[in-house]
Ligand binder design. Structure first.
Ligand code: SF4
Length: 56
């Protein structure tokens, strides 16, 4: 069953068909003093995967 957490970051190893497969995630501020929009946040659980080499 897909996770309730939808995510469009396909470059993350936890991304499974645009859903997050991690057991838990940590969302942090991106360093700005004031978080006024979604741009001020980031997923600290993100872990990069190279989609190019995965498809080969
Ligand atoms: S860990 Fe974060 S970036 Fe990776 S799929 Fe889950 S929500 Fe997306």
């Amino acid at each position: 069953m897909p996770s309730a957490v939808k995510c469009e970051v396909e470059e993350c190893v936890y991304n499974d068909k645009l859903h997050c497969s991690a057991e838990a995630i940590l969302v942090q501020t991106n360093g700005n003093a004031i978080v006024g929009t979604e741009r001020g946040t980031l997923c600290a659980t993100f872990s990069y995967q190279d989609l190019e080499s995965k498809s080969n």
